[in-house]
Design a protein around this ligand. Structure first.
Ligand SMILES: [Zn+2]
Length: 433
């Protein structure tokens, strides 16, 4: 059947003119970007860069490729051996889409990489974030996660349209005496017992109006399973006291630490504690579930179904569950259908695969109430990734809604209302911005 081009264009125009509330990025400060030595390797610091590693670039080569001091010619010779193997993936298609629209190049190749790198460097002279986030992407608000990101020098971006989230994973994962010393320095307190560390956490929440935090975010599934059992304060405190019995070797830079199994009661307790604080301060809780960035991790740790006990217990908490729980998306859909306090977040998915994004969204349309779906988060550290993601998300939504109208599942108006809710109104309401 031939496509009804007029209908498609009408949907396309409506979807591309909607504002977006972006639930998740890792955008670096524009000040830092202006001070760094930019070139085309910027677009491979995440995701597409991991594809380079998966396809065979060694970790040593990757370090050289990402080093700002490496000559761009040398970067090209490192990169060009692997580029033909990775340019089929969505990660790379997204980058190419952004390069085409923002820099006017159809490809990264031996004829373009130098000129492209020069053009990227020129963005330091203009208000590039304004141009890309506001003008080109029509994004009204971004929830940005920078803490624990090694490249983030400043944790809070000085922009009206970017708000930070609190990440306490490092504290939850305290495992040695050196960690405790670090928190004593950071919070300017003495820590003799668990209660002292919990007090520091209380302080972070109490200051949320000054710091502007709009959510709590955890990526702890990168480190351990998402099963957070009921644990008493006494059990947690016992583990915490054990940290003080560990040896420290001073200048030898060796340290003793507790194993993951030993630490579990303490970590479980702190996760529950932090959720209680989030409820008290009316902050939604964002949880990484499903697929991981970087190499070598155990995806079976990150099944969102493990979180069910939390969803039951903390009915007043708004849980924003990330990355569609993929590859456990069907399980997450089933959970979201049962729990009014659980929201289904599609962030990062369109970058992984636009077809996957459409497949999951198609199920969501038919299975769960529309107010529980958050349609967009790019999950990028550089704005070009955000631009490419929102473009692919808008295009995927258009294609899917066109199909739903053809099937007479939605009228035209219903389809655009749905798009506006998932891209803008739903997260705006939940995050109260
Ligand atoms: Zn992320």
């Amino acid at each position: 059947m031939l496509r009804d081009e007029k209908l498609y264009e009408e949907i396309n125009e409506a979807v591309f003119s909607l504002p977006i509330f972006d639930t998740h990025e890792h955008l670096l400060d524009e000040k830092d970007r202006r001070e760094s030595n930019l070139d085309f390797s910027l677009f491979f610091m995440q995701y597409a860069g991991t594809d380079l590693l998966t396809s065979g670039l060694t970790e040593e080569e990757f370090v050289i490729f990402q080093d700002p001091k490496t000559d761009v010619q040398k970067k090209w010779s490192c990169f060009s051996k692997h580029w033909p193997n990775i340019k089929n993936t969505s990660y790379c298609k997204l980058i190419l889409e952004a390069i085409k629209d923002l820099y006017g190049f159809e490809d990264i190749n031996e004829k373009t990489f130098i000129e492209l790198s020069e053009k990227i460097r020129k963005t330091r002279d203009v208000n590039w974030y304004d141009r890309v986030i506001k003008d080109k992407s029509n994004i009204k608000m971004v929830l940005n996660h920078l803490e624990n990101i090694p490249q983030a020098y400043n944790t809070v971006l000085d922009r009206e349209d970017i708000r930070p989230v609190i990440n306490l994973d490092e504290i939850i994962c305290t495992c040695c005496r050196e960690d405790i010393l670090e928190w004593e320095k950071r919070f300017n307190i003495n820590i003799y017992k668990l209660q002292d560390l919990l007090g520091a956490i209380d302080g972070i929440f109490a200051e949320k109006d000054e710091t502007g935090y709009k959510a709590v975010k955890t990526t702890i599934a990168y480190m351990r399973s998402l099963q957070f059992e009921e644990t008493t304060f006494e059990e947690a405190d016992k583990v915490f006291s054990g940290l003080f019995k560990l040896k420290s070797y001073g200048f030898l830079e060796k340290k003793d630490f507790l194993s993951k199994d030993e630490l579990k009661p303490l970590q479980d307790y702190m996760v529950h504690y932090i959720i209680q604080k989030a409820v008290e301060h009316d902050l939604p809780v964002q949880i990484h579930t499903g697929i991981f960035e970087l190499l070598y991790n155990d995806v079976s740790n990150s099944n969102p179904v493990y979180l069910t006990n939390l969803f039951f217990k903390y009915k007043k908490c708004k849980f924003d569950i990330f990355h569609a729980g993929y590859p456990y998306s069907d399980q997450l859909i089933a959970v979201c259908k049962q729990f009014p306090n659980v929201y289904f977040n599609m962030c990062w998915i369109v970058g992984i695969s636009a077809s996957l994004y459409k497949d999951i969204l198609n199920r969501l349309i038919e299975i769960i109430p529309s107010n529980k779906i958050f349609g967009f988060g790019g999950d990028y550290m550089f704005v070009e990734g955000l631009y490419g993601s929102q473009k692919l998300a808008r295009r995927s939504i258009t294609e899917l809604l066109y199909r739903k109208i053809e099937q007479k599942y939605f009228t035209f108006e219903e389809s655009i209302d749905f798009a506006e809710k998932i891209l803008y109104l739903n997260p705006k309401k939940v995050y109260g911005l």
